[in-house]
Design a protein around this ligand. Sequence first.
Ligand code: 5GP
Length: 189
Amino acid sequence: MKLLEDRIRKDGRAINADILKVDTFINHQVDPALMLECAKDFAEHFKGQGVTKVATIESSGIAPALLTSIEMGVPLVILKKQPSKVLNDDLYQTMVTSFTKGTNYELTLSRKVIDEKDHVLLIDDFLANGEAATGAVRLVRMAHATVAGVGVLIEKSFQPGNKKLTEAGFEVYSLAKIKSMSEGTIEFV
Ligand code: 5GP
């Protein structure tokens, strides 16, 4: 998506070969007009596939995911990052490794919000190693629901997330694909 690529070129900042900062327009300050255009693109791409819910991982996927859910006319489910609890029958939980922090967290979904009738579109800001997305897929499956696909604003194609998800049979739809980065430079696929 040219609009997003242009904005990444203008305001994105590669702090090293692995991490891109987008906190003036995506995940600290949010540009709502840009996020709405991204959401319309996701909604158009996944329309007619029987999506019943959009799901994202708190917190930086919430803006594009909420707008996508409005565009598609379905509820938004926010998968929560919270510390592991002693067995709780009301929750599905799975362990995920955070790309940016390098630590593990427990991703959590209430049994009340997704069930076997749901076909879920996963939306997130970044796709890197695919840990967050595969964790989200595990939770959706624990709820006996199905995954319609994974939509991400920015895929870092030099990291293995896309390959991992595609090989597992999921469609990955990325609005901007980065081929390589180094401090101060960003190259798109
Ligand atoms: P993955 O689980 O695919 O390895 O990483 C995806 C998650 O890590 C995203 O939800 C995002 O919050 C975070 N992330 C991964 N790479 C980047 C990056 O380059 N910049 C920022 N700001 N977040 C990232």
